[in-house]
Design a protein around this ligand. Structure first.
Ligand SMILES: Nc1ncnc2c1ncn2[C@@H]1O[C@H](COP(=O)(O)OP(=O)(O)OP(=O)(O)O)[C@@H](O)[C@H]1O
Length: 604
């Protein structure tokens, strides 16, 4: 190889090295450009959001929502057209509609049957553009769309049940039909169907996305009942469509849930409307659950017989129970059908339809029979077992009396149900305090149930006027009994349990307490039911707590002394009073030897 050849090869190598270096630098620059473009997009969105927040007050100033706005007469016209010439708005409806039409974000809390749907349907009718409605249930969506279409309103639903060809036609209609008013979808579609989001983007850019309504908004919060993970992702709506007014609606939300859903939906500065959770037409009642399943079914059948053929729901904890109770009711001559998640969906729909049409008097269901029940004349809701929280109970029992006429909400309760429910919900975050609160509601003998519910939702106690069993009891019919000695004996028995973690199931604890191995004499002097009463009282007072144990076959709820409960072991001055009805006190005062002994022990 000549010297010239070597030079040329060196030069070529140098050029290749430079080329590689340039290419690598270019790659870096491309990556940086990509990152910068992404950041630019992010900042533009953020700017848009901030501008929106800054200008929100200018564009959509706060006002006295009870006042008269430009759309006042248009709303009256639509209302009369829909509900007749004498129709009027229900409490809070007009105010909510005014705020959303003004362009504010709105959080609307209205009890079941209060008329939430109207709060987003009516604005859609008096304004141009399309209202996007997010709703969690296909049946609920279909029901609403059918009703709107029957009333001559142009409405569409795009769901997993919509055939592909129909979806294409619907997309065309969304783009081209100026008469389309309401577009329904499930949260799943927003979160996972890119094409659908693309269409919404187009609508937004052309100024035709008028409003977004999130129905059953409590599903956003994991602290609420019916948490749906996809609802959490609905944050994307405010991010993508910052200038579109959003209205979130729910019947049940505590303060924590409200804050959570405002954060998730990014509607911090929203207008909030809350009509009272009180349902004056509902009579609340808790009855002691009989010891056997057959006795309970008989009690429920008798309760239903009082209703003289009126429509109702019986809620059970398990699918098996729904079948057994429905069959017991049928045997008692009541027309009852079963509804639970294990049934074929066609069969479920058939049962639901028969019940709605009045061909079936009673539906015996698990909580799978839930949102979307739009039967106005449900005269009773009976709980075969307690609900898992007050929110759930309020919603489940609230399916009674949506027509405003008197209806009954009866719950059968005994403490062992707390433990059964615990084993069902123990994997849900924050289940313990919610279950405890539900149990305290059920265990009360003298404090008003309606007020309990009001306070739970941070409202002033509502006037009950004798519309719950506690308020119906004659004054002074409930008293209290000192059960300190029994409580100490029970705590001692639990603490002496052979297991290293000093815990026991309810049956194990009662068996031992009443046996020769039990500490003190009180357990031996009491019936199983009386022992259960004492244990339940200590649980309501926070002296006992629940701990779950998981095996391959079952989840067991164990009872344990809480740190506060350990004071019972240390001879502290802690006194425990059990609320009893006078009748029970009389029973307890009966001249039985064992009771005398126990009362004497408690008196010391
Ligand atoms: N102002 C009104 N006048 C007459 N009927 C009304 C009015 N507002 C709503 N309604 C009717 O009341 C019923 C209940 O309304 P809607 O279904 O909107 O209740 P909701 O608050 O959504 O209840 P839920 O939380 O149980 O779904 C519906 O049949 C509805 O048409």
């Amino acid at each position: 190889m000549s010297e010239a050849d070597v030079d040329l090869t060196d030069e070529a190598c140098g050029l290749e090295d430079r080329l590689l270096a340039v290419e690598s630098e270019l790659q870096e620059v491309d990556a940086q450009i990509e990152a910068l473009l992404a950041r630019q997009q992010q900042l533009q969105k953020e700017r848009e959001q901030l501008q929106y927040l800054c200008s929100a007050n200018e564009r959509a100033p706060r006002a006295d929502w009870t006042g008269k706005f430009d759309w006042h007469e248009a709303l009256n016209d639509v209302l009369r057209k829909q509900y007749g010439s004498t129709a009027s708005f229900r409490p809070m409806q007009r105010e909510v509609i005014n705020a959303t039409l003004q362009g504010r974000d709105v959080l609307c809390l209205m009890p079941s049957g209060g008329g939430k749907s109207l709060c987003y349907q009516m604005p859609a009718l008096v304004r141009e553009g399309i209202t996007l409605v997010i709703s969690p249930l296909l049946s609920l969506i279909q029901d609403q769309v059918d009703r709107l279409q029957n009333a001559g309103v142009s409405a569409l639903a795009i769901t997993s049940l919509t055939p592909k060809e129909a979806v294409n036609d619907m997309y065309k209609q969304i783009e081209s039909d100026p008469a389309l008013k309401l577009l329904y979808a499930t949260p799943e579609r927003i979160v996972s169907a890119k094409r659908f989001m693309g269409k919404l983007e187009k609508l937004y850019k052309s100024g035709r996305l008028a409003r977004i309504a999130i129905d059953e908004a409590h599903c956003c919060s994991q602290w609420g009942n019916d948490f749906r993970p996809d609802y959490r992702k609905l944050a994307v709506l405010k991010q993508q469509f910052p200038t579109v007014p959003l209205i979130a609606l729910t019947a049940t939300a505590t303060e924590d849930v409200c804050q959570d859903l405002k954060d998730i939906l990014q509607i911090e500065g929203c207008e909030r409307f809350r009509s009272s959770v009180n349902r004056p037409n509902l009579f609340y009642e808790v009855r002691t659950k009989p010891g056997t399943a057959a006795e309970l079914s008989a009690a429920i059948a008798a309760c239903i017989a009082d209703e003289k053929g009126a429509s109702g729901i019986v809620y059970c904890l398990t699918r098996k129970e729904t079948e057994q109770v429905a069959s017991d009711l049928q045997e008692a001559g009541i027309s009852a059908g079963t509804y639970h998640a294990d049934m074929l969906s066609e069969l479920r729909m058939e049962v639901h339809k028969s019940w709605t049409a009045g061909r079936l008097q009673v539906i015996v269901a698990t909580v799978a029979f839930g949102m979307g029940i739009d039967k106005p004349d449900v005269r009773f809701v009976i709980h075969h077992s307690m609900s898992k929280s007050i929110e759930n109970y309020y919603q489940e029992s609230g399916r009674a009396g949506r027509d405003g006429q008197p209806a009954r909400c009866v719950m059968y309760f005994r403490f062992s149900d707390v433990l059964r429910q615990a084993s069902v919900v123990s994997l849900e975050p924050g289940w313990q305090p919610r279950l405890m609160k539900m149990a305290c509601y059920a265990a009360a003998l003298s404090s008003c149930r309606r007020s309990f519910i009001s306070r739970h939702f941070a409202e002033a106690p509502a006037a009950c006027s004798g519309h719950c069993d506690c308020c119906c009891r004659a004054e002074g019919s409930a008293g209290s009994r000192n059960i300190t000695t029994a409580a100490q004996d029970m705590a001692g028995t639990l603490d002496a349990f052979p297991s290293s973690d000093k815990r026991a199931t309810l049956n194990q604890l009662i068996d031992r307490w009443r046996s020769a191995k039990g500490v003190g004499s009180s357990g031996k002097a009491m019936s199983r039911d009386e022992c259960e009463h004492v244990i339940s009282k200590l649980y309501y007072d926070g002296l006992l707590s629940l701990e779950m144990g998981y095996t391959a076959y079952a989840t067991n709820a164990y009872i344990k002394l809480s740190p506060k409960g350990r004071h019972l072991l240390q001879g502290s001055k802690l006194q425990v009073q059990l609320e009893v009805l006078r009748r029970d006190q009389e029973d307890l005062a009966a001249p039985s030897k064992r009771r005398k002994k126990m009362l004497a022990a408690d008196a010391t």
